[in-house]
Design a protein around this ligand. Sequence first.
Ligand code: SF4
Length: 222
Amino acid sequence: MNSFRDNLSPEEQAHLVTVQGKVKQVFLRRLQAPEWSVISFVAEWNRAQDDIGLANQGEGVELACRAGCSHCCHASVEIFSPEAFAIVRTLKTLPADRLSAIRQRLLEYELDNIDDPAWTKRPACPFLDDHRCSIYAVRPVACRQAHSLDVKACENDAPHIPQSLNLLAGMSALSGGVMDALAVKGLDTAAYDFVPAVLLALDDPGCEERWLAGERVFSPVT
Ligand code: SF4
């Protein structure tokens, strides 16, 4: 996950460690506030991710990513536990028939792809609607981090997608710091397969509570 760090100089790597440590302190303070909630914690994390993306563009980095382009939504996505809970809380605000249709789509996606762990079929994410993300505001950090500097590389399914090292570094330091803060609180920080985690969180209303009690509630990535 952090292989891009190999391309950083020792000074840049040291800077990343420093930034990650500062992020950890900021998010640890959030977790120590009596009124903290999973949904506000994830919202702040998401905002910080988006701010890094905007700052990066302000420095002249031209992303090839555009609304309606969904090449990267045909990839395997991993998710952290609090993200699954935030997504499910958002889904549960939808009308019952819409929520039921989404659940059915997630189940069908699971059944269709369970025999393809190597991801050879490259199925579209079940949250993709007409080439747009239907949960854009709460999409996982992995999706927020996905980007390309060259749409041709995405179209050709190139083994290496050109990316902004600064953007990767900033987002990695942010997520690393957030995970470090959660770990200090004794909370599970492993990454899980996206769709099974969302399905479980949808069907088991007690799993957020158990995660908050320090349990590992999702199955490890296969
Ligand atoms: S959650 Fe949204 S952004 Fe992420 S893969 Fe699915 S459709 Fe794409």
